[in-house]
Design a protein around this ligand. Structure first.
Ligand code: SF4
Ligand code: SF4
Length: 125
């Protein structure tokens, strides 16, 4: 009983243990893995190493069409592609992706020339 009263008073005067999310957001920790944002397509040589190294089959590289694609829904954020890329052109971010309503919104396609609309929900050059 005495311990409980002590805890009640301690909690009344101490700072809250939680944050007022989403008004107060915590910055990601240094070197934390949030998501793979995409690829700097002008640096990419379409060697396909990232696709072969990916344990989740999340990356598709098309050398003929000069396109690079990631399905972020499949990605397990292991960073193997980032480490293996000889041109260091895969962009990893510490920020976590926000929630989406469909899996298609988690596909990022980048190409030197335009890709078919049905191939991608989000296309960046
Ligand atoms: S490993 Fe790098 S250079 Fe090679 S296809 Fe992947 S992103 Fe492009
Ligand atoms: S971080 Fe890992 S799982 Fe995600 S695309 Fe790269 S190799 Fe694949």
């Amino acid at each position: 009983m005495l311990k409980m009263v002590e805890n009640v008073f301690k909690n009344l005067v101490s700072k809250p243990a939680t944050r007022m999310y989403p008004f107060e957001k915590r910055e990601p920790f240094k070197d934390s893995r949030g998501q793979i944002e995409g690829c700097e397509i002008d640096k990419c040589i379409f060697c396909g190493i990232c696709q072969r190294k990916c344990p989740a089959n999340a990356i598709v590289v098309n050398k003929a069409e000069k396109s690079w694609e990631i399905n972020q829904f499949k990605c397990v954020i292991c960073n193997a592609c980032v480490e293996a890329c000889p041109k260091k052109c895969i962009v990893a971010s510490a920020a976590h992706k926000t929630a989406v309503s469909t899996k298609e919104n988690l596909k990022v396609v980048q190409a030197e020339k335009p890709v078919q609309a049905e191939d991608a929900s989000k296309v960046t050059a």
